[in-house]
Ligand binder design. Structure first.
Ligand code: FAD
Ligand code: 2HG
Ligand code: ZN
Length: 475
């Protein structure tokens, strides 16, 4: 085997020979955006970004890298939050961009399925489904830039999990290139297949550490014909959960989204996001954005109006507005989806992507708020998110006039206290953003030893030489 440095020097040229000119970027200016993560927590280095045109190209690359002992970091839209798609600082890891595998291979409207390549943008998958009167329900603020392969690799959540589940629940089959370049293809649209272990399930949420997803057979649903959306003022999170329970029962489980937004988050959006307009309801400590949808021509506005007037009478809500048009609906959603952007424009932030059982959520918010005040006095809490799934983005922003370095120094003690509280309530320190590089230590701390041991054995079985995204998920 050649010396690693000689190998690295000649690497771009050898990769060009293998995969063609267009598949290899090594100009530093072109590499730059692939070497830093979305949150700018990590700045990596790499000899090249490789962007094969098809599955065969990915297989050729991995077989080569496995032989030569070269690490590969798969990257989709590079929107993830835990540094999973960024190479380390050594300059020895290749980035494998799935960007050019961007074809929809087939759509079967009658069979409610679609085969999409990993590099298709999520928005492209959604639009392709809509074009044949079907719904692909995964919905995230980053849908215009994240890829379906990245969604699968992180098992992304988003705003429709309440009704349709996580990405894991939306996949029928996968095509995956394994570390040695062999291709596992289970792209069949079968909904029932109990023949042995669920291998494809292992790759969902594995963050590029077990194989490279090159295509997926996805589940489609009937397209909604009626939709009703409301922005609701609330006294507290307990009222939000009671109201959600009533809505789910009253709507026959046609409640598809239930997002909690505190006043402080709405203020940040109105201040920092051009085009954001106040929803026009009475000010309140908390708001709920709820959406009902149905594939039939139902009068969901009437249903929601009745449920909301009952809630007003019961003191569960203090005001509400219903979207009267698609434009108003989009404006309400824009307020919710813009919270991450508003938070980052407002200065330094600390983030916790936690989930607890629904019944423990009010207790978590109460005790967690006290911890934030005690352990990060330079910050203020901006806790929002997918409350219907028990998942909150329990984030903090830096107060005006405080020192950013002082604030960011609070990260470790605060994280420990928040995650310990989450664990004591039977929750998770990463509800939907994964582990990546950022939360490897948290996984080691909170996962039961038997789970960690099984994960290590699985990693060893799928990637014995450790070339796939080393240092992510597992150390
Ligand atoms: P990347 O960031 O490129 O990669 C993520 C991980 O997957 C890395 O470990 C990478 O190595 C691996 N990977 C990527 N592609 C492949 C592949 N083809 N095969 C194997 N491994 C691969 N996330 C949520 O869950 N819910 C949300 O509501 C949500 N909202 C967001 C809103 C905004 C504004 C932003 C910026 C992000 C949000 N995210 C959310 C996080 C992010 O968008 C999702 O995690 C998304 O699924 C990542 O997809 P990506 O293509 O950008 O993946
Ligand atoms: C969301 O739900 C995303 O908006 C991002 O998951 C959360 O920025 C965050 O913490
Ligand atoms: Zn989220």
């Amino acid at each position: 085997m050649p010396q690693p440095d000689a190998l690295l020097m000649n690497l771009p040229a050898r990769l060009r020979q293998l995969l063609g000119n267009e598949a290899v970027l090594d100009d530093p200016a072109l590499l730059a955006p692939y070497l830093v993560d979305h949150r700018r927590l990590y700045q990596g280095a790499s000899p090249a970004v490789v962007q094969p045109a098809d599955t065969a190209g990915v297989a050729t690359l991995l077989a080569f890298c496995n032989n030569e002992g070269i690490a590969v970091v798969p990257q989709g839209g590079n929107t993830s939050y835990c540094g999973g798609a960024t190479p380390d600082e050594s300059g020895r890891q290749l980035v494998l961009s799935l960007r050019r595998l961007n074809k929809i291979r087939s759509v079967d409207a009658a069979g409610f399925s679609m085969v999409a390549e990993a590099g298709c943008l999520l928005a492209q998958v959604q639009q392709t489904a809509a074009d044949v009167q079907r719904l692909f329900p995964l919905s995230l603020g980053s849908e215009g830039s994240c890829q379906i392969g990245g969604n699968l690799a992180t098992n992304a959540g988003g705003t429709a999990v309440l009704r349709y589940g996580m990405t894991r629940d939306l996949v029928l089959g996968l095509e995956v290139v394994l570390a040695d370049g062999s291709v596992l293809s289970t792209l069949s649209p079968l909904r029932k297949d109990n023949t042995g272990y669920d291998l494809k399930g292992l790759f969902v949420g594995s963050e590029g550490t077990l194989g490279v997803i090159t295509a997926a057979c996805l589940k489609l649903f009937p397209a909604p014909q009626s939709v009703a959306t409301a922005w609701i003022s609330l006294p507290d999170p307990t009222a939000a959960l009671t109201l959600l329970g009533r809505l789910r029962a009253a709507s026959g489980d046609r409640t598809s989204s239930c997002e909690l937004v505190p006043q402080v988050a709405l203020d940040l959006v109105l201040q920092h996001v051009p085009g954001a307009r106040d929803p026009g309801v009475a000010r309140a400590p908390w708001y709920l954005l709820v959406e009902l949808s149905s594939p039939a021509d139902d009068d969901l506005d009437a249903l929601l109006t009745t449920a909301l007037s009952d809630a007003l009478e019961a003191g569960l809500a203090t005001d509400a507005v219903l979207a009267q048009s698609a434009t108003q609906r989009a404006a309400l959603w824009m307020l919710r989806e813009s919270v991450p952007a508003a938070q980052s424009r407002a200065g330094g932030s600390l983030k916790h992507d936690i989930s607890v059982p629904l019944s423990a959520l009010p207790q978590f918010i109460e005790q967690g708020s006290v911890l934030c005040k005690e352990l990060a006095p330079e910050g203020y809490l901006v806790a929002y998110g997918h409350v219907g799934d028990g998942n909150l983005h329990f984030n903090l922003n830096q107060r005006d006039g405080t020192d950013e370095a002082d604030f960011l120094e609070r990260e470790l003690p605060l994280k420990r206290a928040v995650h310990d509280l989450v664990a004591s309530l039977g929750g998770s320190f990463s509800a939907e953003h994964g582990v990546g590089r950022l939360k490897v230590g948290e996984l080691e701390r909170y996962a039961p030893p038997i789970e960690l041991e099984l994960m290590r054995r699985i990693k060893q079985a799928f990637d014995p030489l450790g070339i796939l995204n080393p240092g992510k998920v597992l150390r």
